[in-house]
Design a protein around this ligand. Sequence first.
Ligand code: UDP
Ligand code: MG
Length: 225
Amino acid sequence: MPPAIDAPKPAAGQLPAPAKSTPTFSPDRVTVLFVLGGPGAGKGTQCAKLVKEHGFTHLSAGDLLRAEQERPGSQFGDLIRRYIKDGLIVPMEVTVQLLENAMTDALRKTGSVTGRFLIDGFPRKMDQAHKFEEAVCPAKMVLFYDCSEEVMEKRLMERGKTSGRADDNAESIRKRFRTFVETSMPVVDYYEKEGKVIKVDATATPDSVYATTQKRLAERLGANF
Ligand code: UDP
Ligand code: MG
């Protein structure tokens, strides 16, 4: 059945891609771990360590959005800028397509049909979770970094001194916390019910959190994960 309203057609080579029902990547060949946690919980830090020692490919949804925002000719630059500043979730079609493109690129670079991805800071909203698993790849597990707002705020304010990020300031941080609690925690709860969440306390030092991460992953995925 045709849609009731004609969606605007993106130009060739632009986002988003058409809706489809079979995932692009099979979970037999492509392992996806979602990495979730509040802003400043340490997702990026832990992912970097996992890449180094366990050979995952790290894709940060926020980094991909910031790169798209800066890409000359992007039709989404202004939209992404506004959403990020306000700590809101960018419409999922954009983010899902950026992730799919990045996964395709990464596999092309290695020349392999198999891959292991850490998808950092995504999905932050239920619609994204469903869309990604339906159209791109079903997820194996969710690594959830649990941290108090007090600790996260301190880290973000510290990072803000040098990050150059438009959302590492007190006002944006407050909005991001709110979005996390209202919109993103339900995603964690959903996967928890599916039995897919590996929860790690993220208040300690990076090395100590990493040690816990490795232990938990080994328990769930096997010693040679
Ligand atoms: N963002 C989004 N959709 C996503 C991931 C990120 O809209 O799937 C936006 C959102 O505005 C978020 C911002 O990008 O607040 C920064 O995300 P990032 O993951 O870089 O921040 P972190 O949580 O790691 O500090
Ligand atoms: Mg991050």
